[in-house]
Design a protein around this ligand. Structure first.
Ligand code: HEM
Length: 430
């Protein structure tokens, strides 16, 4: 296994030599769990090319921004929900935001959105527990284990069958519902509806089904994790929070809500989001790539089928690139005259080369909309204990493929009642 801990080497290998570094390790557990349809797991080849082409068609920068009203609507709901959030429900609120946003953009309005969301969440939970590298290694080393019924293994493994069942249901059901809505003229705009409005054969439809379900599985938790880290960061760094709010007030006026059209006038907010991704990249070890052929780099022999990981955590702590790296400092992404140094969404947190995250524009727009709405209406601060003393919080994160801040105490207060009234009125008018 090769672990890359430098941005330069990540670019040298995964980008400049991408033809050789773009497949994925073969994990037997993906097949057993029935999730080989998932774009993230696909080996390099024709099916992957078709998936990525479709992702590009439906989620590239220009298309992704055209869903701006949906982002705003969900961001407004999030703001109101956060007012009632507790230490233990913050994760749930942020996941509800990212999950329902992805679902709405992907499928439009489903008759039973709750059922889709709860089953998709269940699928993700089971998948996370069953497809870990150590479990994949166990089945590769001892293939006879596959002959045993899954319940023998207990724990999450006993749920492999349920995982397959959920995949089958969620692959077809929402897609077929949108198809029926198109036939009776009730479909709202969505990726699937846009896709179905053009002519496609069955193969094309299966790819769209896979892309649609992958979007939820790949995007829900990552986006929610960044949102939680954003809230933690602006609570711990109140000067950053005040400066971002002042920038919004100045650019859009005290009574209006910021929207994606205002983005170019809010460089500091973008710098904050880039810094959140750098400060604690949500997938600190990325997703494993694998080599298709032998290679030699800088005198080192790298064999075919080697697993190649990018240690994003190490990249984020590179003191040459990011002096005083553990400090949360959005200004490092700005020029001296306050402009963004990088204007494109090309952050290492989204990966490298031909497998770079194809949902990055969508994630970026969703995160921006939520962050802008939160800052425009709410202030997050440390909570106080029963004696009125501030409860200190250390920035601690859990471990896993996708990490989250550990639950932390906080308090929200409304800082702009006009905007709050405005978004409540918008929500009630629907
Ligand atoms: C802040 C949120 C997100 C982060 C940090 C993130 C990060 C990543 C990373 C690190 C990878 C692996 C890249 C590599 O192998 O080099 C990836 C792959 C992927 N992401 Fe995201 N992602 C996010 C949101 C999303 C969203 C919202 C979607 C879709 C709606 C999405 C869809 C995908 C897909 C399909 C892949 C697999 C691409 C492939 O294997 O070719 N992601 N993402």
């Amino acid at each position: 296994m090769i672990i890359i801990s430098s941005e330069t080497i990540a670019q040298e290998l995964l980008e400049k030599r991408s033809a050789n570094y773009s497949t994925r390790p073969v994990l037997r557990t993906n097949e057993l769990a029935g999730i080989t349809f998932n774009t993230v797991m696909l080996p390099y080849g024709e099916t992957l090319r078709q998936h990525r082409k479709l992702f590009y068609q439906v989620l590239r920068a220009e298309v992704s921004i055209s869903y701006h009203e949906i982002y705003s609507r969900h961001a407004n709901e999030l703001v109101i929900n956060l007012l009632g959030a507790t230490r233990d429900s913050l994760q749930q609120h942020t996941e509800a935001y990212s999950g329902s946003l992805i679902m709405t953009v992907t499928y439009g309005h489903l008759a039973d959105e709750g059922s889709f969301l709860s089953r998709a969440h269940e699928l993700l939970d089971i998948a996370k527990q069953t497809i870990t590298p150590e479990k994949a290694a166990m089945f590769t080393a001892f293939p006879f284990l596959e002959k045993l019924p899954f319940w023998c293994f207990g724990g999450a493994f006993a749920l492999m069958g349920r995982c397959r069942e959920l995949c089958e249901q969620l692959f077809d059901e929402p897609f077929n519902e949108v198809k029926a809505q198109i036939a009776d003229g009730t479909a709202s705009r969505s990726l699937v509806a846009d896709f179905l409005s053009q002519a496609h054969d069955d193969t094309g439809e299966d790819i769209m089904k896979a892309v649609a379900l992958t979007g939820y599985m790949a995007g829900m938790e990552t986006t929610a994790s960044v949102l939680q880290a954003f809230l933690l960061a602006i609570m711990l760094y109140p000067d950053v929070q005040s400066r971002a709010r002042a920038e919004i007030d100045q650019a859009v006026g005290h009574d209006s809500m910021p929207c994606l059209d205002d983005r170019a006038s809010l460089p500091y907010l973008d710098a904050i989001l880039r810094e959140v991704l750098r400060w604690n990249p949500p997938a600190p070890l990325g997703i494993a790539h694998a080599t298709s052929n032998d290679d030699v780099y800088d005198g080192y022999f790298i064999p075919k089928d080697a697993i190649v990981m990018v240690n994003q955590w190490a990249l984020s702590r590179d003191e040459d690139m990011f002096p005083d790296a553990s400090r949360f400092d959005p200004s490092r992404h700005l020029t001296v005259d306050g402009k963004l140094k990088e204007t494109v969404v090309n952050h290492f947190a989204f990966g490298h080369g031909r497998r770079i995250c194809p949902g990055r524009w969508f994630a970026d727009n969703g995160l921006w909309s939520a962050a802008a709405a939160i800052l425009a209406v709410l202030r997050i601060d440390h909570a106080k204990d029963s004696n009125g003393d501030r409860i200190d919080v250390k920035p601690e994160f859990n471990t896993g493929l996708v990490i989250h801040p550990e639950p932390f105490h906080f308090s929200f207060e409304v800082v702009n009642t006009t905007r709050e009234a405005h978004i409540r009125a918008m929500m009630n008018s629907r």
